[in-house]
Write a new protein. Structure first.
Lengths: 400, 240
């Protein structure tokens, strides 16, 4: 058995008994897809909610015109049977409404005064109230929809009042702003799909980190480095073995995050958002080809930092900061307006991010892009590993 | 067989080892005796290839350690002063790890491990993980993994430091067996009784220099003292 293989098998056995290493292997690949699933179902829910609003009303019978207007605009009116003899805004009514909102029987309610009809006929300003809990963001969209409809009814009434008096209603309405939101649910969901590459890259970084740090900074901290290095084995063999062990964990994490993402996405009714998301065997092979070099890259960087760091804690700080790295290519891709250029394939992680975006959105990237990005990443990894092996020859690194 | 000639090693401007020469024979236990910071560990670390010498010659069975460190490392078993173990591996796994790194066959590993586990009285911890080992148990694992490949030369940095009587005894008996098997044993210590009980020859080190090499009786005669401790104090005191 080659020494690097001995080292790798030992580190894998050691890590498989290490709760910390196992935690860092499992936690992200499970949480990431769970988050994706949650966010997608939420988007679909929100889409359904706006189309389908049920409005609880106190005193609906006093404002039949307004109720008809709301119904015409797709709102379902639910009349709340309450004792309004003391008026709709009385303490007893508002306590009852408040209690119902607290108990989540409904999220909000519209209160209509008993003299609504008379006030309107006498051309007065009528007060209606919407009771709600603004700490519940889910109701926000519905409430603003209801409010804007009520205001629209108000404008219509104003126009009628003016017309009756022979005044052109446009006199008091010099401008009208029309807002058309083109951000469909589909677009929102698409931007979520674009997060998947970031999740995959993060998994590459987080899954192998436990083993990478424990095998380097941990080795020195528990004073087992000196006896280990007395064995007649080249330093590069030690570093290679530790690197491969960490990469194995990282690849496991990648496979896990991808499988669970597939499971999560296949359980979300994406058709409802008008997205076709077909990932077949070809795409899976594609994703693996893109991400396996990532696993080697991420762990080589961690091994280098682990050897370099003064202690376990030191290493954790550096590596904690490094975990932000996978977000950079994602951010860049969001802000990028110039499209794809050759140099982007050469930047570690940026190239992978773009390739993954392609695969996730159903495009097949060109082979040279694949090869170039992978080769570049592996080259960087080798630089890190060679530097780590070189560092390990320094007396100051061995005897800190 | 170990020979060191005019070894010099600086850390920055401080000379930790300043022209030491000595040798350790096969079939004998040789002790490096000196105060803390006298240069014993530095000397040994150069010898087992983890520190590079500034100048001088280090020969191990006629192999130049400074030129061919890996070849030399194949012929030595080392117990460093750092006794770090892997808390999640068992004693047997510790021994096997080092043996595999040295390219031993699985059959040979099983056979040697069993022998050492018995010799050092470690059967009860053989398959227990290292978390919670006592100082003595840790030490025995270190000793076993240093001896698993049956090396010709054995180097030990402060081997009985902090050990109880029983463990010290089993370490001593192993050392005597190694000596009988014509191995070359070199150990360092700052404890006089230790050295007088174990060693055939002593090298007294102070200030990075070897002040004396020879038998224990000759050392007493040399310093005109009646016991070893006085002889040691007399000699190193004079050098400071």
């Amino acid at each position: 058995m080659k020494p690097w293989l001995v080292v790798m098998l030992k580190e894998l056995r050691d890590a498989s008994r290490d709760r910390r290493a196992l935690l860092s292997l499992f936690i992200f690949p499970v949480l990431g897809p769970a988050m994706i699933y949650f966010m997608f179902t939420k988007i679909i829910d929100l889409g359904e909610q706006v189309q389908d609003i049920e409005l609880p009303v106190v005193g609906a019978e006093f404002a039949p015109d307004l109720m008809d207007f709301l119904r015409q605009n797709g709102i379902t009116i639910k009349n709340l049977e309450m004792d309004v003899t003391a008026g709709s805004f009385s303490a007893s009514v508002s306590t009852e409404v408040l209690a119902a909102i607290t108990k989540r029987t409904y999220d909000f309610a519209l209160l209509i005064p008993t003299d609504f009809g008379t006030q309107v006929t006498e051309s007065q300003t009528v007060n209606v109230e919407i009771h709600h809990d603004s700490s519940r963001p889910s109701a926000g969209i519905k409430i603003s929809r209801v409010q804007s409809l009520i205001e629209a009814w108000g404008r219509e009434t104003t126009a009628l009042r003016l017309l009756v008096r022979g005044i052109n209603p446009s006199l008091i309405r010099p401008i009208n702003v029309g807002r058309i939101d083109i951000a469909s649910d589909q677009a929102r969901a698409q931007s979520l799909l674009n997060m998947i590459p970031m999740f995959v890259i993060m998994a590459a970084f987080l899954s192998g980190v436990g083993i990478a740090v424990d095998a380097t900074a941990g080795e020195r901290e528990r004073k087992s480095l000196e006896p280990l290095l007395v064995n007649p084995v080249l330093r590069s063999q030690f570093v290679l073995g530790k690197w491969f062990a960490a990469a194995v964990f990282s690849i496991l994490g990648l496979i896990m995050v991808m499988t669970l993402n597939m499971v999560a996405l296949s359980n979300v009714p994406l058709e409802e958002l008008g997205i076709s998301f077909n990932i077949g065997p070809t795409e899976i092979v594609g994703i693996l080809l893109v991400t396996v070099p990532l696993a080697f890259f991420a762990t080589s960087l961690q091994i280098f930092v682990g050897v370099f760091a003064k202690s376990f804690k030191d290493a954790q700080v550096y590596i904690g900061l490094m975990s932000l790295l996978p977000m950079l290519p994602y951010m860049y891709n969001i802000l990028n307006t110039t499209g794809r250029e050759l140099w982007m394939s050469l930047v570690p992680m940026l190239g992978q991010n773009m390739l993954l975006s392609d695969v996730v959105s159903g495009r097949t990237p060109a082979l040279p892009d694949f090869a170039l990005a992978a080769a570049c990443l592996l080259l960087w990894s080798l630089v890190f590993i060679a530097s780590a092996a070189k560092l390990l020859k320094r007396e100051r690194i061995i005897f800190l | 067989m170990i020979r060191i000639e005019n070894l010099v090693k600086h850390f920055g401007k401080v000379a930790a080892v300043d022209g030491i020469s000595f040798s350790a024979k096969n079939g004998a236990i040789t002790g490096l005796l000196g105060h803390n910071g006298a240069g014993k560990s530095t000397c040994l670390r150069v010898l087992y290839g983890l520190l590079k010498a500034d100048s001088g010659k280090v020969l191990l069975d006629e192999i130049d350690v400074l030129q061919q460190p890996l070849l030399a490392q194949q012929r030595i078993g080392v117990m460093t002063d750092a006794h770090g173990l892997y808390p999640r591996l068992t004693a047997r796994e510790h021994i096997a790890y080092f043996a595999r790194l040295r390219g031993m066959s699985e059959e040979k590993i099983a056979q040697r491990s069993q022998l050492l586990l018995t010799q050092l009285g470690m059967q009860d911890i053989a398959d227990r993980r290292a978390t919670g080992y006592s100082q003595g148990e840790k030490m025995k694992v270190c000793l076993a993994r240093a001896l698993v490949h049956d090396p010709q030369n054995i180097i030990m940095d402060e081997p009985t430091n902090g050990l109880d009587v029983m463990t010290t005894r089993s370490v001593r008996s192993i050392l005597h067996e190694l000596k009988t098997a014509n191995k070359c044993v070199l150990l360092s210590s700052h404890i006089m009784q230790e050295v007088s009980a174990l060693c055939d020859e002593v090298i007294v080190i102070a200030g990075g220099k070897a002040l004396y090499q020879g038998g224990l009786e000759q050392l007493l005669a040399h310093t005109k003292e009646s016991n070893l401790e006085d002889a040691f104090v007399n000699m190193t005191g004079a050098a400071l």
